[in-house]
Design a protein around this ligand. Structure first.
Ligand SMILES: C[S@@+](CC[C@H](N)C(=O)[O-])C[C@H]1O[C@@H](n2cnc3c(N)ncnc32)[C@H](O)[C@@H]1O
Length: 217
């Protein structure tokens, strides 16, 4: 594991703390992946064979995306997360599921670590770009490492998500090490991914809040 420094990482450690990780893990164990994650996984499996694939799960949280793809036959995964509590929860779950020896854990901001992270067949950013200030850097570095498929879940570009994020950010700005949330424009996101050589393969809304986009090389 690498040490996570900088204001983004301090914010990840503050917000994505042990009690949040515990709740998320308990929810995943009881109910499986969230609806948007299930849609993402299904679209990835339709876009590329998962058997034997190498995964890169950026901001993996408790690891739902990579746990499910490892169960479906993927060979190995790298989980990069700015939250040490979420990394620890993902590792605990991998141990329980018996595939911890196939996962490598990196602690830190993916944008800072990217040069040292090997490319993977399947790269996921599941509900991650909404809490990072520099979408082009994060998505550009992820796309550059996606050898076959890049899958994202992020907030729908709608007035109600913008209003929600505006309210959350109003309170967050009052805190030290604030973690601001973002709703990105689809055209900007697509342009960044396409510059990385991938094309849109699947897109769908998942409820009122989230949308799923999968790109393939
Ligand atoms: C809302 S959680 C989502 C977790 C999981 N992917 C899911 O969908 O349940 C966002 C996670 O992304 C991580 N994260 C956000 N930006 C990151 C970055 N640039 N590098 C590493 N981790 C990041 C946070 O630490 C947090 O664990």
């Amino acid at each position: 594991m690498k040490c996570c420094a900088g204001s983004s990482c301090r914010a990840f450690e503050r917000v994505f703390d042990a009690s949040y990780a515990e709740d998320d893990l308990e929810h995943y164990r009881k109910h499986g992946p969230a609806r948007a994650t299930r849609l993402l996984l299904q679209a990835i499996q339709e876009a590329t064979p998962v058997a034997g694939a190498k995964l890169l799960d950026i901001g993996g949280g408790v690891g739902a995306a990579h746990h499910e793809l490892l169960k479906a036959g993927a060979r190995s995964a790298v989980d990069v997360d700015g939250s040490s509590a979420f990394l620890a929860a993902a590792r605990r779950e991998a141990e329980r599921l018996g595939h911890a020896d196939r996962v490598t854990y990196l602690h830190g901001d993916f944008v800072a670590l990217a040069d040292a992270v090997a490319p993977a067949d399947i790269v996921t950013l599941d509900r991650v770009i909404c809490c990072y200030p520099d979408m082009p850097q994060l998505v550009g570095a992820a796309a550059a490492r996606a050898q076959r498929v890049l899958g994202l879940v992020f907030p729908r570009d709608a007035w109600w998500t913008r209003a929600g994020v505006w309210c959350i950010n109003l309170f967050e700005r009052l805190r030290r090490d604030s973690l601001l949330f973002y709703v990105h424009r689809l055209a900007e996101l697509d342009a960044v991914v396409e510059r990385g050589g991938l094309r849109l393969r699947f897109h769908r809304s998942a409820g009122v809040l989230w949308q799923v986009r999968v790109y393939a090389r």
